[in-house]
Write a protein that binds this ligand. Structure first.
Ligand code: 5AD
Ligand code: SF4
Length: 375
């Protein structure tokens, strides 16, 4: 009996698919790299932009034929897309060959849901409004010599364009002891070079439970563990990345000198409308501090073009910022309307042609800067 997992979206989802793989292996299934010979196919979906949802819908729809040929094929859809109640219901109604639908808060129930489906044959739509941190899931690591470790779940920031706080819930930190124990086990295996700490907003680790200490303390505690490993983390929010974290990074050889620091826009007006809670001056100040203490640090960022109200001048401010920082990597996205978010209802929505033009301009600018840096 074989399983196959299709993963969309971010590193959080990649790691969650490793947990899903662990659960399915506990049930006795083995991994197969193709979906054609699978007995269970899981779609771990993403909702961050419309395109991700459309692609998932298309690919799930295409399984109809395979299910017709193999009535026993089990199809599971989970993740951020199906954490939206209306989307989960639409999927359930549109695709009668999908067997189990669940969201982001109930992955740990997958084992019992698969067993229930096999016993009772009835289709399952399992929705959970919110959830607690669940420990003890057997992770089947699949990301080469990198081991992902969740340190927290959810997000409290409500950037006005973003659906994540709605589908991942409020910030919940794992207990430090559980994180440290997981990392000790990873180090003991000696097959992982890097450990990447994961959270939507790692810098606010412990804010929901101060007895766990701060993110900077967690980093130091991990660096103090015996063993040969490198440590990195994502994602950092510029409003929360403080001097303590910068100092711990600079002082510990175990921490990789790289940082993903999404700026989103180079215009203070747009940052305010995005509810990002920092200014470009603050952002550049952090960049200067980072480079002051770690001259070779590699910086990457996320940028959204075409946010409602973004004028040509705002966009040029973003380009100026990119020229100033000279990032090592830029992930540029066209703004995508997400139902239920504040920006969805804003006036001044930008047409697709302008968004395309701006994203292409930015990608070319990135190429030019990279070429210059290499010379
Ligand atoms: N449209 C476009 N990009 C988005 N992101 C988040 N929400 C949206 C949206 N509605 C981008 C942000 C974030 C990255 C993971 O995805 O840049 O940092
Ligand atoms: Fe979304 Fe903002 Fe939270 Fe990042 S910090 S997940 S962009 S709401």
């Amino acid at each position: 009996m074989f399983y196959h997992i299709v993963t969309y979206g971010c590193q959080m989802n990649v790691h969650e698919s490793e947990k899903i793989a662990g659960i399915l292996e506990d049930l006795g299934y083995e991994f197969t790299p193709t979906r054609n010979n699978a007995d269970v196919i899981v779609f771990n979906t993403c909702a961050i932009r419309e395109g991700a949802e459309d692609r998932a819908f298309g690919n799930i729809g295409a399984l109809k034929q395979q299910k017709r040929k193999n009535k026993n094929l089990l199809i599971v859809v989970c993740g951020c897309m199906t954490q939206q109640k209306d989307v989960a219901q639409r999927l359930f109604d549109t695709f009668p060959f999908v067997d189990i639908i669940l969201g982001t808060h109930n992955i740990h129930l997958l084992k019992s849901l698969v067993m229930r489906k096999l016993n009772e044959r009835k289709r399952i739509l399992q929705y959970m409004e919110s959830g607690d941190v669940v420990e003890g899931i057997n992770v089947k690591r699949t990301s080469g010599d990198n081991a992902w470790v969740n340190i927290m779940y959810g997000c409290n920031n409500f950037c006005t364009y973003c659906i994540v706080p709605y589908v991942r819930g409020r910030e919940k930190s794992r207990k430090k002891i559980d994180i440290i124990n997981e990392i000790k086990e990873i180090i003991a295996l000696q097959s992982y070079k890097t450990i990447t700490l994961l959270g939507q907003n790692v810098n606010s680790y412990g804010n929901d439970d101060p007895s766990q200490g701060t993110f900077a303390q967690l980093l130091q505690n991990i660096c103090d563990l015996q063993g040969d490993f490198k440590l990195t983390f994502m994602t950092s929010h510029p409003k929360d990345l403080n001097d303590d974290v910068i100092n711990v990074m600079a002082q510990n050889d175990k921490i990789l000198k790289e940082l993903h620091l999404p700026v989103q826009s180079g215009s203070n007006k747009i940052l305010k409308a995005m509810n990002r809670n920092y200014t470009i001056e603050h952002y550049l100040n952090i960049v200067n501090k980072l480079r002051g203490k770690m001259p070779d640090i590699r910086l990457s960022t996320d940028i959204i073009v075409g946010f409602p109200g973004e004028t040509e001048e705002d966009f040029q401010d973003t380009c100026d910022l990119v020229r100033t920082v000279e990032y090592d990597n830029i992930f540029a996205f066209m703004y995508s309307k997400r139902g239920g978010t504040v920006a969805d209802k804003m006036t001044g929505q930008i047409d697709d042609e302008t968004k395309h033009k701006r994203v292409n301009f930015l990608l070319n600018l990135e190429k030019e800067i990279k070429a210059q840096k290499e010379n």
